[in-house]
Design a protein around this ligand. Structure first.
Ligand SMILES: [Mg+2]
Length: 116
């Protein structure tokens, strides 16, 4: 079975490291980026986007989600944030995961979204 590729975007270095390990252990290929600008060229190669909300560089997780859905309408997107109340009600992400995240829940949300 082909490995699914997850694009993970977070300005926090420790989060990038943790998620890279977690996603690899869960059987996924990963593309890891530090901000939206670097992530945009990889959207078409990914099966799913998981993005932080607040990142420097002018593209928030909400904005990156919109860009991803425009480029690849069927791609599932998870926003992971410690500040879920900062997310506007009209966001277009499939799921919001609050940091610190629960490993089991994140794994289930990812596999459920990829199975659709
Ligand atoms: Mg951040």
């Amino acid at each position: 079975m082909d490995k699914k590729t997850i694009l993970f975007v977070d300005d926090n270095k420790a989060m990038r490291y943790i998620l890279k390990e977690f996603l690899a252990m869960s059987g996924y290929s990963t593309i890891i980026c530090e901000d939206g600008k670097h992530a945009i060229p990889h959207i078409n190669s990914a099966d799913m986007l998981i993005t932080d909300l607040n990142m420097p560089g002018g593209i928030s997780g909400v904005e990156l989600t919109k860009i991803a859905k425009r480029k690849k309408p069927g791609m599932p997107v998870i926003i992971m944030t410690g500040a879920p109340t900062d997310i506007p009600a009209n966001h277009v992400a499939n799921e919001i995961i609050e940091k610190p995240f629960d490993v089991k829940r994140l794994r289930k949300v990812i596999s459920d979204l990829l199975r659709r």
